[in-house]
Design a binder for this molecule. Structure first.
Ligand SMILES: [Zn+2]
Length: 268
């Protein structure tokens, strides 16, 4: 499942291809891909809009449109993918939404497992409003993190995965950040000291930055082109030596999510 660095990488690639293009029409091939509005309204409202910009918030793509400050929001979830193709190419089996564009192009949302969702709205906050801060925003300081951790009484791993707490982290980057910060994934949030919060804040930014620099991680059949998977410290490395101390990395399940950590570096 793509996390902040993967979504950022895809957004950066799509932007130069999409900005300035006009959306000629929309083919909705799997109605439930569209979360809002109705299919009829969507097709009506998106037609003729020009793409002004492509940005990211948390794990959402935001395609900024020309008319009435509309935004097209896209969340890839488990298996979604966004592809630029020729305008009149024959659709593939799992293509859920196709936007035909000017310049003989189309933007194709392909999604094998159908969990991905698309919104077209003049009020993006209705979808994005509950998200926690962006890790690269000014608001994400170690003081903020320390206070926020103490306002909760939750285990670190599930708390960091919670997008309403902090935006953008998923399974990979959470495990990597906790390893750098030497914090156990089951440590309870309100036991974290100010110094540990500082280390964790640094670690979160560090792993996300490295992920972006390496074009994200390519660990499944959908997202290709990244190479962060060759630099994992703990993620998917159970039984292999910890890069810091050589102890074997362990894998445990926390809330159904596989979690990787070094039992020596990340003691409870
Ligand atoms: Zn270790």
């Amino acid at each position: 499942m793509p996390e902040l660095p993967e979504v950022e990488t895809i957004a950066r690639k799509l932007k130069p291809e999409l900005v300035g293009k006009t959306i000629l029409d929309a083919q909705l091939r799997w109605p439930r891909t569209l979360a809002f509005p109705s299919a009829r309204k969507f097709k009506e409202q998106i037609k003729g809009q020009q793409i002004r910009d492509v940005t990211r918030r948390a794990k959402y793509f935001i395609v900024h449109l020309s008319r009435e400050a509309f935004s097209l929001l896209i969340h890839l979830r488990m298996s979604g993918d966004l592809l630029i193709k020729a305008r009149n190419i024959k659709p593939e089996k799992h293509d859920r939404l196709i936007l035909r564009l000017s310049g003989d192009r189309s933007l194709v949302f392909n999604d094998t497992r159908k969990f991905g969702r698309v919104w077209l709205t003049a009020n993006p906050e209705s979808v994005l409003g509950k998200l926690g801060p962006e890790p690269f925003s000014k608001g994400f300081t170690s003081q903020w993190l320390h206070t926020a951790l103490h306002n909760k009484h939750r285990q670190l791993k599930p708390l960091l995965l919670d997008q309403t707490f902090l935006a953008g982290l998923g399974n990979i980057y959470t495990d990597e950040a906790l390893h750098i910060a030497k914090l156990h994934p089951l440590a309870v949030s309100d036991s974290i000291t100010a110094e540990q919060a500082q280390t964790l804040q640094d670690a979160v930014r560090k792993v996300l930055k490295e992920g972006i620099r390496r074009n994200g991680a390519s660990i499944d059949w959908v997202y290709r082109g990244g190479e962060f998977q060759n630099h994992f410290r703990v993620y998917d490395r159970q039984g292999k030596p910890c890069p810091t101390c050589g102890t074997k990395i362990e894998r445990i399940l926390i809330g159904q999510r596989s979690t990787h950590y070094c039992p020596n570096c990340q003691m409870r």
